[in-house]
Design a protein around this ligand. Structure first.
Ligand code: 5RP
Length: 273
């Protein structure tokens, strides 16, 4: 692996734990102003110091994040469909590698739609993006199973989607936790991070998900709604960090969450940041 590419990858992962806590705020590219992400700047600001990387589009990066940040950026570079259409798989590359380099990002990310109507295009786009990433030293993260494909979120499907992504050259893969997640890990030769999916019933459920994913071989999380749609987003992010980096049990993470709730970081204080 080229030095620059390896260096960018290393920025996002802890040297001690080999894991990463990525904060995903890229949902607006197909969902619009999702609940609690209407004002992206206000949502991101209090969370940013606690994230190992921030995943978003170039529009929100330029408008909602100060260029003084030292947090590594994972830039979503695919899009072209919205929740108003039945077929979310009709995506293409929406951002050039030159712009990604101009933005000094640590990785680029795109969705792959295995089994969906535009499977072929998304896989070819992934291969092309990897060619560009190798040329410029920028790691590529493949994102499996978004939108309607979520319904097929079992180990057999996710193992296929993750392996295909790695075979096409993805340097890391974002996927979903599922029963028998170890089989997904086993078949994927590059690091996996897990998304949280739609907001779960409780903070505890999201902590359980993270604990199980790490125990079964994930190298971290790339989580959005279960953090910033929580009533206590900063506390939640800190509790997730304890799980991902510090081997905390879910009980210990919940205790940390409760302690952090006693010293809340109000959402509103970020609006002016
Ligand atoms: C949206 C994405 C999200 O980044 C991913 O789903 C993680 O966010 P969440 O934890 O809310 O699912 O890829 O297309």
């Amino acid at each position: 692996m080229d030095w620059g590419l390896q260096n960018r990858l290393n920025r996002m992962f802890s040297i001690a734990s080999h894991n990463s806590v990525m904060l995903a705020v890229d949902h607006g590219y197909f969902m619009g102003p999702t609940r609690h992400l209407e004002n992206a700047r206000a949502t991101i600001a209090p969370l940013l110091p606690h994230a190992d990387a921030l995943a978003l589009t170039r529009g929100i990066l330029r408008h909602a994040v100060e260029p003084t940040t030292s947090t590594p950026i994972v830039l979503r570079v695919s899009g072209g469909a919205t929740i108003l259409k039945d077929d979310l798989s009709h995506e293409a590359l929406t951002t050039s590698m030159e712009d990604a380099v101009r933005l000094n990002v640590s990785a680029v990310a795109m969705s792959v739609f295995v089994g969906a109507p535009h499977e072929h295009e998304s896989l070819i786009h992934l291969a092309q993006l990897v060619d560009q990433g190798e040329e410029y030293g920028v790691p590529v993260m493949a994102i499996t199973a978004v939108g309607k494909e979520l319904e097929k979120r079992d180990a057999r499907y996710l193992a296929l989607a993750c392996r295909v992504s790695a075979e096409l050259g993805a340097h890391l893969v974002k996927t979903y936790y599922c029963e028998d997640f170890g089989k997904v890990v086993e078949g994927c030769p590059v690091p996996l991070v897990v998304a949280g999916g739609p907001k779960l019933d409780s903070d505890r459920a999201a902590l359980d998900l993270a604990r199980n994913a790490i125990d079964e071989g994930a190298h971290g999380i790339d989580m959005g709604r279960n953090i910033w749609q929580s009533d206590h987003p900063v506390a939640m992010l800190k509790a997730l960090r304890a799980i991902v980096h510090d081997k905390a049990t879910v009980r210990e993470a919940l205790d940390l969450l409760e302690a952090e709730k006693a010293h809340p970081s109000p959402r509103a204080s970020a609006a002016t940041a």
